[in-house]
Design a binder for this molecule. Structure first.
Ligand code: ADP
Length: 433
């Protein structure tokens, strides 16, 4: 069973669309009637005043409908007004033809063709279409009774008009059915999307709750481990393990903080701290950590960031972007080179982190920026990671108004290219943000 709001939404959308298209249809009809009048005038100049009077009444009816169908057609009044207007326009034409001894068949067949096209374009439904057609057939009968001319075998004409009525009513029915099905599919997709968003939100809330609770004990572990490392009384054989405890606890704290930041980033609650800073100075501590991490590997670190290069952005966020890219480069490069370079570009700043590591297969390149998406080849599953580093980078880059792209060759290395704008985007500079 369909949830009730779907049919409500469907009716609302149908109403809006119908009202809009009715107005366009009526305008087209006015143009068509004017062209017909000019032709009629030229062929039958003697009908002049009657023709003018007929068209004037018709134009008034059509304009009145144009003004009154501003409300959606589902509004009962609008629907009745359009129905009455259509039947009266048709009646006016019938009366005119009866008066001037005109040929009713062509007029009504033209009118029926109009309604046929209307059934395909205006989604007012089969019931409405049927009512219009009944009105047209009634008009035809009245005009004939009033003395209008028709073909030599009136039964054929009647059959032609009845066929038009059936076809356009069926057309309206199928158009409505088709729209209803499309609408139900779209509604199901919207619902699935909402559930997905709710699930992601719940996951982030759980993660940020956990991270929050883990922060305090981790800080205590890290603090004591650092005190112990500096304690001269610590025996030499324990110094290395305690140093490892301190380093790993620090890594974990980073991770916990990142999850908390991510939750804030996703909910748009991460504040922007604008400043102008030297990029080289900002990332210098990362250079030391990276050198430290690469000590046991044959990986050369190339660092090309000009001392004079300044950036106008949020220091913390830029450092986090570079930190994530560098830590990935370290994680996925066992030999060769890791290079970081920066240079002014297009008023802003280019930062490029390149490595000669395991690379990324082309089919995964679009996925690596998705949350919690890890694309670690078999055999490298032992590599630590959570799969949200690049997602975080993507959100941070968007927040600072920059762009990021990646080029990679499996087993040939990866190059991440970040561009920072000359200044932060206005969205983060406005007082409300
Ligand atoms: P992870 O914690 O798994 O590193 P990320 O979001 O940082 O999560 O990265 C997502 C995926 O992108 C990783 O699982 C990895 O497969 C790939 N990736 C990221 N950076 C690199 C890189 N420099 N070299 C090779 N693969 C990378």
């Amino acid at each position: 069973m369909k949830p009730p709001q779907v049919s409500d939404e469907f009716a609302r959308e149908t109403g809006d669309l119908t009202a809009r298209r009715c107005r366009i249809g009526l305008l087209v009809y006015l143009l068509f009637a004017a062209a017909g009048a000019v032709a009629e005038w030229r062929v039958y100049p003697q009908r002049g005043s009657l023709l003018l009077a007929t068209l004037a009444v018709e134009a008034v009816v059509v304009c009145a409908v144009l003004l009154t169908t501003r409300k959606p057609i589902t509004h009962p009044k609008s629907a009745w007004i359009v129905l009455l207007a259509s039947v009266s326009v048709c009646s006016i034409l019938a009366l005119y033809n009866a008066a001037v001894d005109g040929d009713m068949l062509y007029v009504l067949l033209t009118y029926m063709s109009f309604m046929l096209v209307a059934a395909m374009v205006i989604p007012w439904g089969a019931g409405f279409q049927l009512a219009m057609n009944v009105g047209i057939i009634a008009d035809y009968s009245v005009a004939l009774a009033g003395g209008a001319r028709t073909g030599p075998v009136p039964a054929y004409d009647f059959l032609a008009i009845a066929a038009g009525a059936v076809i356009s009513t069926l057309g309206a029915h199928y158009v409505e059915e088709y729209r209803r099905r499309l609408f139900a599919q779209a509604a199901a997709l919207r619902q699935a999307n909402r559930s997905l968003e709710a699930a992601t939100r719940a996951r982030m809330e759980l993660l940020s709750g956990l991270s929050h609770d883990m922060r305090t004990p981790l800080s205590v572990v890290m603090g004591y481990a650092e005190i112990l490392v500096d304690d001269p009384a610590l025996s030499e054989n324990l110094r290395q393990p305690v140093h490892s405890i301190a380093r790993e606890a620090k890594e974990l704290l980073y991770l916990v903080d990142s999850v908390l930041d991510l939750a804030r980033l996703e909910s748009g609650r991460l504040p922007f701290h604008r400043s102008t800073f030297r990029l080289a100075e900002l990332v210098q501590p990362l250079r030391e950590t990276t050198t430290d991490l690469l000590r046991d590997r044959s990986v050369h670190l190339r660092w090309e960031i000009p001392d004079t290069l300044t950036v106008d952005s949020d220091e913390g966020k830029v450092r986090e972007i570079v930190r994530n890219l560098l830590s990935n480069a370290v994680k996925y490069t066992l030999e060769g080179e890791i290079a970081i370079s920066a240079a002014p570009n297009d008023g802003g700043t280019d930062i490029v982190v390149a490595d000669t590591g395991i690379g990324i297969a082309p089919e995964h390149l679009d996925l690596i920026f998705d949350p919690f998406h890890r694309v670690v080849p078999e055999g490298d599953a032992h590599l630590p990671g959570s799969g949200f580093g690049l997602y975080m980078v993507k959100l941070l880059v968007a927040l600072v108004g920059g762009t990021i792209d990646v080029q990679s060759v499996p087993n040939g290395g990866s190059t991440f290219h970040v561009w920072l704008p000359p200044q932060p985007p206005s969205s983060v500079l406005s007082p409300e943000s």
